[in-house]
Design a protein around this ligand. Structure first.
Ligand code: PMP
Length: 427
């Protein structure tokens, strides 16, 4: 494992001087431009986890010193995440495996008869978990402006029957990087009696997310996109639906008491609070790593992160605009505000071949495909027939035909200008 020499403390990341082989046999420094899939870990996260690793022990109910220490750190991590998200009194933080897991957990906690509303442009993790018995899902057509999105939601909710409602929205698109008007959409949803869950998988690594200010009811994000390792994520927000629901996983830790009844059956009393949905031995290191990332981002300040990132976004946007064969994909217009995520196609090029060439000839790691957002990418590419069967499946088209896939470049903390410049030169 090598550590970045490109120190932008305190947001230096690991791995920015990894050498990778090119097709020619030569070696170059890897340019990691796939942060939207998984970001490298912050040096600070690595250091904090390494400092804790020798001391970790069983959590919850362990009598030994290290068990108590681990329990304290696990619960402190929960409080750190609550502060990071600026939660309200009474909200809770449930540790999950990632955003997909968080949204599935919430989907399982919906009151019977809930109507869920989501734009068809969502990532599959926010689009699909709601399709279950007792829940009705209404997908809204892709809007082409913030105003259109707000009006479409208002209209759909106004026409909806009474009963519990949930609106699910992403804060920043994993395809275009474009920001969604979360506060406005939440205002409309609340006026119409619907609750809101924010998919912050792509937003939280780039912008401060205040649950209190945005007024969303729940928020979900993944540790591995927030400069922490894989395997841990967060669902945070209102306790009432979560405490009334069946536990996400049944097992030890979620159950308060289990007793044999006279008739031979077993009666279970479940915990309320996060423990209800965290059965089994929790991923303490994962939770601790997320908290370390939250601390590092808070201490560094999102303003500094955003300022630097927006310089790189402008550099990338200008550089691509100067290449006539490149078409940048966008729902809200090419000048729309976006985080450091951008997808494009190159006229006459197969996107999969193009991405493979960036890797083999230049040591640049991007991603190609439909990015687990098939309806959105199809809309952006202007065709219903762009339909590979899996996330990121290789593009079936031939060079010269209309693109069926796109190329995505994404970055964040610790990305040197040189990576963006090398990418532009290669394109
Ligand atoms: N939502 C968005 C907007 C995403 O970009 C992703 C990951 N690509 C997810 C949800 C799912 O995250 P995970 O794979 O960590 O569960």
């Amino acid at each position: 494992m090598t550590v970045s020499t490109d120190v932008r403390a305190p947001l230096a990341v690991l791995g920015h001087d990894v050498q990778v082989p090119l097709a020619s046999g030569e070696k170059v420094t890897y340019a990691a431009l796939d942060y939207a899939a998984s970001a490298p870990a912050l040096q600070r996260v690595w250091d904090d986890v390494a400092a804790y690793a020798p001391y970790y022990g069983s959590v919850h109910r362990g009598a030994g010193y290290l068990s108590q220490l681990s329990t304290d750190l696990f619960e402190q991590s929960r409080r750190t995440v609550a502060d990071f998200l600026d939660l309200r009194d009474g909200d809770q933080v449930v540790f999950t495996r990632a955003t997909t897991d968080s949204l599935n957990l919430l989907a399982g906690a919906l009151p019977a008869g809930t109507r869920v509303f989501a734009f068809e442009t969502e990532h599959h993790a926010s689009l699909l978990p709601w399709r279950r018995e007792g829940v009705t899902v209404q997908y809204l057509r892709a809007p082409r402006s913030h105003g259109e999105a707000v009006a479409a939601l208002d209209e759909a909710l106004a026409a909806a029957a009474d009963g519990p409602k949930l609106f699910c929205v992403t804060g920043a698109s994993n395809v275009t990087g474009e920001l969604w008007p979360v506060a406005e959409l939440t205002g409309v949803a609340h006026r119409r009696g619907a609750r809101v869950v924010l998919d912050a998988a792509q937003l939280a690594p780039h912008h401060r997310v205040s649950v209190r200010e945005l007024d969303v009811d729940w928020v979900a994000f993944s540790g591995h996109k927030l400069y922490a390792p894989f395997g841990a994520g967060v669902l945070a927000g209102r306790s009432d639906w979560l405490d009334a629901a069946q536990p996400y996983l049944a097992g030890g830790g979620a159950s308060r008491t289990v007793a044999r009844e006279a008739d031979g059956s077993v009666a279970v009393e479940w915990h309320a609070g996060p423990a209800r949905h965290e059965a089994g031995s929790p991923n303490v290191i994962g939770a601790y790593a997320i908290a370390a990332a939250c601390r590092a981002l808070t201490e560094a300040g999102f303003e500094a992160l955003e300022r630097r990132e927006q310089q790189l976004v402008a550099r990338l946007r200008d550089g691509l605009a100067a290449i006539p064969e490149v078409k940048v994909l966008s729902l809200f217009g090419e000048d729309a505000a976006r985080v450091g995520v951008l997808s494009f196609v190159v006229r006459g090029w197969n996107s999969s071949h193009f991405s493979a060439a960036l890797s083999a000839e230049y040591g640049i790691g991007v991603r190609d495909g439909l990015f687990c957002a098939h309806p959105l990418v199809r809309t952006l590419l202007g065709g219903e027939d762009a339909a590979p069967s899996e996330c990121g499946a290789p593009e079936p088209s031939l060079p010269g035909e209309r693109s069926l896939n796109a190329i995505r470049v994404s970055f964040g903390a610790g990305t040197p200008e040189e990576h963006v410049d090398r990418f532009l030169a290669a394109v």
